[in-house]
Design a protein around this ligand. Structure first.
Ligand SMILES: C[S@@+](CC[C@H](N)C(=O)[O-])C[C@H]1O[C@@H](n2cnc3c(N)ncnc32)[C@H](O)[C@@H]1O
Length: 268
């Protein structure tokens, strides 16, 4: 969230930064949490995920692209479900392991390195799946949705958020969205059709663009409030470049070019 993985796809580098106290303070301001999150899922949205997934103590939840454990670990803590965190960067997963330990959740948490496009679990292993802004960070969107369906039991529920370009953009607007948004924000077609094509039925789709915009604004405001210490940490040039990047994203939202959506889908 705070360290622009979008611009370079360097997720491992972004997790090295996101664990630092100065960056966690920004995360707290922007999202209301301190897990080292890199998506735009807020603390309030986690309550909505618990409800929409109907999570409970018997649920087997898979968080794909789980990073440092956000939001999977909090979902597990709030609902007492069993949680499997799947992602690729080992530094993120080891932060997640430390957090699971310090929250006393190690008995209910499994942490696995692997790709959401080749999930290292057998068919029908999970009854709940979540992913936060992951589909806009990888090109193989349909493959990941198909893989998530393969490991989902019939009638399993999946919640995910995704950042996407608005419909009907000019070539120039599209170019700006591709340059400024998450690394693989572009898609052929739309997510509702991809869900259908991968064996999921859309239960609900909510526009969460305004919450995303508010988080970005709180983040930008935080970079002003804590400018001195952030300059010490990152250097002035880097801080200004990161802030400008977030301001560009706010502009794209305000001009109606970029959106964030939250889906709930049920396995057919
Ligand atoms: C925007 S971050 C979200 C991370 C975390 N869920 C959070 O909310 O902080 C997207 C995550 O997707 C992961 N990712 C990208 N490609 C992936 C793939 N093929 N399989 C699994 N995870 C992937 C990245 O490593 C990154 O941690």
């Amino acid at each position: 969230m705070t360290c622009s993985p979008e611009s370079c796809c360097d997720f491992a580098g972004s997790y090295d930064l996101s664990k630092l106290p100065e960056i966690k303070r920004l995360e707290q301001l922007a999202l209301g949490c301190d897990y080292g999150g890199t998506s735009w899922t807020t603390r309030e949205q986690v309550d909505e995920i618990v409800e929409s997934l109907q999570l409970g103590s018997g649920s087997q939840l898979l968080d794909i692209g789980a990073g440092a454990g956000w939001p999977g670990l909090l979902l597990g803590k709030l609902s007492n479900c069993n949680v499997t965190l799947l992602d690729i960067p080992l530094n993120a997963l080891s932060q997640a392991a430390e957090r699971a330990l310090s929250d006393g959740m190690q008995a209910r948490v499994s942490i696995v390195s692997g790709s959401g496009t080749a999930i290292p679990f057998g068919d029908r292993s999970f009854d709940r799946i979540t992913h936060s802004d992951v589909l806009c960070c990888l090109p193989e969107k349909l493959e990941m949705l198909k893989e998530s369906r393969r490991v989902a039991r019939n009638s399993a529920r999946m919640h995910f958020s995704v950042i996407l370009p608005a419909q009907g953009l000019s070539a120039e607007q599209q170019q700006k969205v591709f340059e400024t948004g998450p690394p693989f924000i572009g898609l052929d077609g739309n997510y509702s059709v991809m869900l259908q094509d991968s064996g999921w039925k859309v239960f609900n789709c909510r526009d969460v663009t305004s919450e995303y915009r508010d988080s970005l604004q709180r983040l930008v405001d935080g970079t002003h409030e804590y400018e001195k210490e952030l300059v010490e940490l990152l250097g002035e040039e880097e801080l200004l470049s990161k802030r400008a990047h977030r301001e560009d994203q706010i502009q794209l939202i305000d001009s109606g070019c970029m959106r964030r959506e939250a889906y709930v889908a049920i396995a057919n």
